[in-house]
Design a protein around this ligand. Structure first.
Ligand SMILES: C[S@@+](CC[C@H](N)C(=O)[O-])C[C@H]1O[C@@H](n2cnc3c(N)ncnc32)[C@H](O)[C@@H]1O
Length: 293
């Protein structure tokens, strides 16, 4: 097992049972509803120019937050396909898609980003959102994502740069140590996004573009806030981490945390070659109250 990512909730989901999948799905759905996440999603999906009638693949779809938004964009003449290694998460995703009224333009399949269960050139665009940083040898998935794109198709990868998480806290030195420890623990490769433009070029992608996003969270119960608090109690975190988290909790305004974010870049199809968007960067910020004014 890699030295990194030992506390990742997302790297070994294939064996998750129904109860675990409900918990994971609830986390993803909560993140998916956050205002900054909605804005980021609108932006990176917009960069992909998804049009009605297209076939789009969402790799590592989880509970289907992104797949459902894609389904709205492709409409009844198109198809949004989600793939994930977790049968239990896929069961939740099917249920939520049905409840959301997009069940007719969505399909979910079990599969792995490193060996996609689809023929070559089967999609107009492929997206992969906060997945590859949790996958051992995640960089090897890039050529696989390209394989299933039609000529001129577009690829978008949106992921986290886990070292770029920021919190507002009185103890700077400890905060820095906690961020580093959490980065190493929660992602198999929290620096993958930094390599994406190069990986895209190596995979033969043309017109590679990158964009950064920095969503803010202001509630400790939010996705990244909850993760920080959880990790601060783990063995292996720097001494004083539990107290550090207490101070975050006891000062709600200050702990208004912003978190997260990803960057995406976009690439456009060009001629008969494959055009791709690229994703990148993520961070979590606990902004001072003034920054929320
Ligand atoms: C943080 S979740 C993101 C889910 C979804 N993309 C979203 O943004 O809501 C990471 C997802 O990657 C999936 N995953 C883990 N390993 C994978 C692999 N090797 N191939 C494809 N997906 C994988 C997990 O099951 C989980 O659903």
């Amino acid at each position: 097992m890699s030295e990194y990512g030992q506390e990742s909730l997302w790297r070994d989901t294939a064996s998750a049972d129904a109860e675990q999948a409900r918990d994971l799905a609830a986390r993803l759905e909560r993140r998916g509803k956050a205002k900054d996440e909605i804005e980021a999603r609108d932006t990176y999906l917009g960069l992909l120019d998804i049009a009605p009638g297209e076939r789009i693949l969402d790799v590592g779809c989880g509970s289907g937050v992104v797949t459902r938004e894609i389904a709205r964009r492709v409409g009844n003449r198109g198809l949004a396909v989600g793939v994930d290694p977790s049968p239990a998460l896929l069961a939740v995703a099917r249920e939520v898609a049905k409840e959301s009224g997009v069940g007719d333009c969505v399909e979910y399949h079990e599969g792995n980003a490193l060996r996609l269960p689809f023929p070559d050139r089967s999609f107009d665009a492929v997206v992969c959102v906060t997945v590859l940083s949790h996958v051992p040898r995640g960089e090897a998935a890039i050529p696989e994502l390209v394989r299933v794109l039609r000529p001129g198709g577009r690829l978008g990868v949106y992921d986290l740069d886990t070292d770029m998480t920021a919190f507002t806290h009185f103890d700077r030195a400890l905060t820095r140590r906690i961020v580093t420890a959490a980065s190493d623990a929660t992602a198999v490769n929290g620096w993958l996004v930094r390599q994406l433009p190069l990986l895209f070029q190596r995979a033969g992608i043309v017109d590679v573009r990158a964009r950064g996003f920095f969503p803010l969270e202001t509630d400790l119960k939010s996705f990244y806030g909850g993760m920080a608090v959880r990790l601060s109690h783990n063995p292996g975190t720097p001494p004083g981490s539990a107290f550090w988290a207490t101070r975050l909790r006891s000062s709600p305004k200050r702990s208004g945390k912003g978190c997260a974010s990803s960057a995406t870049s976009k690439v456009r199809a060009s001629g008969s070659s494959i055009g791709l968007p690229t994703g990148s960067t993520d961070g979590c910020l606990h902004s001072p109250p003034s920054s929320f004014a």
